[in-house]
Design a protein around this ligand. Structure first.
Ligand code: FBP
Length: 695
């Protein structure tokens, strides 16, 4: 047995050692916190009621591949006031349950295990729980630990997935499923609970199908900070408003960003550019923006919907034709949109600010998405055809580029890669090398493009900087000067501010005065003064005017930040503590009720706690075909930001206020640190609160 006790190193006193190693008061209080239980879980027994009113479209491929679970319906956990003896015995029999984390960590995961464990033990203390180590890999390799009360207690309400670790191994073949089944049978499992995102719930559905005849149940639990597991019925009823982990990650990002807002609006010299995780969807960016009121928050889904009206009308006017290039935003155009805000703020003396860029933004920029899709296919085809790994075969960027060039010239695998032509190759090679390297990065085991590995913010901000240089040259990017400051500087230099103002400023009467666009250097300043008759050509420009001119010069300084792994590892919020714990309880009741191929969920999550309703959602009905590794695969559908949702509409309506390009204070909001206590922590994400206003 491993000895985990810390030894006092020589030279350290016992007292000093104790001070260093004591858990913080916050940690101790966290561990002691008991999340509220949905009332139904106080009942002595429950049963599952099928809810026929909730309908989903049926994917024909899902019907073909998952025949044993495709006809599952939504099941609601209800109290069973008078269970018969059979039901009672079935409910409280000793069980063995396996549990596995899958994919990236998300705050609250340990509470799912705690809820499941507590409930399992409540009904039969002889029941056992096994945690597979390092995600699905542990399941395939039969590596597990028995989860003990002590282990659960040290992890209650704590962040991370460290209790049993996690991983992204995919169980994507008949032989792997058979291996998993053998391991589960070896442990005599009654059920396996997979706590994961869309890909992991896809795994859960296939395992449920494969395990069906063995009687071992498989239940999924919706986890991911990305918030892209949201389930609605075909007529738009919300069954799962968000995955657990989303709120805590967004709150963690929001706290950090709000700290930057404090610093930035004190130091007033930097634009802080924050890339925020979320592989594809911009849910985290939206929530973080709602929490902090940053000056700019880009929502990928909105950019994909973008129509360049000017270009469109030009095309129609000139030759009566639609210009299809007007649809979708380009990186160039996006940089212009950002510059416009930077310039407008600077005009009011705010040459600083905060901006959030979602990690997955490139997915919504057409020109880049085309490259990603084509490269996905080329890499996947290479791996398949040659039975080799593309990244091992071509380890350097030059080797990869050379391979692409040969494809474009028809020299490689003739006829197999018509999707990469000379034009693609040319356009691709116009991108900076760090960006080409990013787009060629190794895909994850599910075939997903790893947006977290790409310096998206750098490519966007390089273009912004370039265009700001142009605007500066044109005299359009200047820092507005408070007129009162101008007057007092002139007064202290003994000069007449009213006399000089019309020669210097384009808006001499405004509260913030802007140096005229044609004054872009000390030379042009002098010229303007001479032309206005304020100065003789031989005279030196007075120092105070030089100083005023210098104040108006806009320097663009940025600090970039990436918020992702830190938020993924944060401790859960009050909402996530309660949500995840109740998901664990729900998973147990689904198992006890005989369900399989279902994802545990809480209906009415967006409403008050007393309205929460535990349920099981049929995973097979959430599946569709999606491009993965260059071909179509059946996976659970991701949900992206709905531009018709209340949360997005509210954000759209208020964001100009947050730009604060006016004689007004900044509107930054400080959400404060994450708390697990109801007294100081909001009870659900702002996105959920706003969306609930719709109904
Ligand atoms: P899950 O979908 O597994 O929850 O993970 C999502 C995520 O946190 C994304 O936000 C991010 O793009 C990705 O994981 C990073 O993956 P990795 O851990 O492999 O770097």
């Amino acid at each position: 047995m491993e000895d985990n006790t810390l030894k006092i190193p020589p030279g350290v006193t016992a007292q000093a050692f104790q001070i260093m190693n004591e858990d913080s008061r916050e940690t101790l209080a966290r561990r002691r916190f008991s999340p509220g239980k949905i009332d139904i879980f106080n009942a002595s027994h429950t049963s599952l009621e099928t809810l026929h009113e909730y309908r989903f479209l049926k994917d024909t491929e899902a019907e073909r591949m998952l025949p044993g679970i495709i006809n599952n319906r939504v099941q609601q956990v209800i109290t069973d006031p008078a269970p018969d003896e059979n039901a009672k015995a079935g409910f409280s029999k000793p069980r063995n349950i396996g549990v596995v984390f899958s994919g990236g960590p998300a705050p609250g995961g340990h509470n799912v295990i705690a809820g499941l464990f507590d409930e399992m033990k409540r009904f039969n203390s002889a029941s056992k729980m096994f945690g597979f180590i390092k995600g699905p890999e542990g399941l395939l390799e039969n590596r597990y630990i028995e989860i003990t009360p002590g282990l659960v207690d040290t992890h209650r309400n704590m962040g991370g997935f460290d209790m049993i670790k996690t991983g992204r191994t995919k169980i994507d073949s008949g032989s792997k499923m058979e291996k998993a089944l053998t391991v589960c049978k070896g442990l005599n499992l009654d059920a396996l609970v997979i706590i994961g995102g869309d890909d992991s719930n896809t795994n859960a559905a296939f395992l449920a199908q494969h395990f069906k005849s063995s009687g071992i149940k498989v239940i999924g639990v919706p986890k991911t900070i990305d918030g892209d597991i949201q389930v609605k019925t075909e007529d738009g009823k919300v069954l799962c408003a968000i995955s657990f982990g989303f709120h805590s990650a967004a709150r963690a990002f929001a706290q950090n960003i709000s700290n930057l807002a404090n610093d930035g609006s004190s130091d007033i010299k930097y634009w802080h550019v924050c890339k925020v995780m979320g592989r594809v969807a911009s849910h985290l960016t939206l929530e973080t923006a709602l929490q902090t009121h940053v000056n700019i928050a880009l929502i990928g889904e909105e950019l994909a919907d973008y129509v360049d009206q000017e270009r469109m009308s030009k095309g129609l006017e000139q030759d009566g034709q639609m210009d299809y290039n007007a649809y979708g935003i380009t990186l160039r155009h996006l940089s212009r949109v950002i510059c416009d805000i930077i310039v407008r703020r600077a005009a009011f003396g705010k040459n600083y600010g905060l901006m959030i860029i979602p990690e997955g933004i490139l997915e919504f920029i057409n020109e880049i998405q085309v490259f990603i899709t084509k490269l996905n296919k080329i890499i996947a085809d290479y791996n398949r055809i040659h039975d080799l790994d593309f990244h091992r075969s071509f380890p350097t960027l030059n080797e990869k580029l050379d391979y692409l060039r040969r494809i474009s010239q028809g020299m490689m695998d003739k006829g197999r890669f018509p999707i990469w032509n000379i034009r693609d190759d040319e356009l691709f090679n116009q991108l900076p090398s760090f960006f080409r390297e990013g787009l060629l990065v190794e895909r994850d085991l599910h075939g997903n493009f790893q947006f977290s590995q790409v310096k998206t913010e750098k490519i966007i901000m390089d273009m912004v900087k370039e265009y700001l240089d142009v605007l500066r040259e044109q005299g359009r990017y200047k820092v507005g000067i408070l007129r009162d400051d101008y007057v007092s500087l002139m007064d202290s230099a003994g000069m007449d501010s009213d006399l000089f103002a019309p020669a210097l400023f384009k808006n001499p009467q405004d509260k913030y005065v802007l140096v005229k666009p044609d004054i872009i250097s000390l030379k042009t300043l002098k010229l303007a003064l001479v032309n206005a008759g304020m100065l003789d050509a031989e005279e030196e420009t007075p120092q105070v005017l030089v100083n005023i001119f210098r104040k108006s010069q806009a320097e663009f300084k940025i600090q970039t930040h990436f918020y992702g792994y830190d938020g993924r590892g944060s401790d859960p919020t009050y909402f996530d503590c309660c949500y995840a714990y109740n998901l664990g309880l729900t998973a147990f009741h689904l198992i006890a009720g005989g369900a399989t191929g279902q994802m545990a969920a809480i209906i009415n999550l967006e409403k008050d706690f007393h309205q929460w309703q535990p349920a099981g959602i049929p995973i097979a009905r959430l599946m569709h075909l999606e491009e993965r590794k260059g071909r179509l695969e059946l996976v659970m559908e991701k949900s992206i930001v709905d531009l018709e949702s209340n949360a997005f509409k509210v954000f759209k309506a208020v964001r100009e206020e947050w730009v604060a390009a006016c004689e007004c204070p900044d509107r930054f909001r400080n959400p404060g640190p994450i708390g697990f206590s109801k007294q100081v922590e909001e009870d659900r994400p702002l996105t959920l609160q706003l969306n609930a206003l719709e109904s």
